[in-house]
Design a protein around this ligand. Sequence first.
Ligand SMILES: [Mg+2]
Length: 196
Amino acid sequence: MNRIVFAMQNGWRERHRLKEFLTNPKLQLTSLSDLTVEMIEAAHVAVVVLDFDGVLAPHDANRPTPEAHKWLEKLCLSIGEPRVAILTNKAKPERLRYFREHFPGIQVVRGVAKKPYPDGIWEIANYRGIESSRLLLIDDRLLTGMLAATLAPCQARYFSKPLKSFRRHFFKEMFFSLLRFLECCWIRAMGNTKAL
Ligand SMILES: [Mg+2]
């Protein structure tokens, strides 16, 4: 409950910046392949931080999709595993095992406090002794990932076409689709309002 109150309070405070993720295409990604090494280097990004659910796989999956796996391999070949991190609110043992087996150099973080608290972002930056502004977070939620990035602060791209599998988890995917829809409506409606 505290997390929801924190998200609503800070979402309101950061509403102008959150709206930019909906209105500025340069702050969005529609697929992982849209993120190129050239973009990463041009923005002086030291670490690419990826959300798991919706970005690497549909909700609750134990491992990334085959396409996401291939993209991760390519990314790690280009910039190296230490420059990639996973920030997920669900660090399930199956996921940890997957990264240990396939990408042992990728740091997987849940954070002392879940997103939208910025603790996980700070943990990744502190581990490397760098400013959080050198991190780039890719996340499909405005009031969790993008809000955490705004508060940290770090660079961020809103993953606007999240991966879903209605066949596997119909009700959960419906629930998260509804959440995304509601938070988009809220930020669109409130994004231009002045303080009360
Ligand atoms: Mg997500």
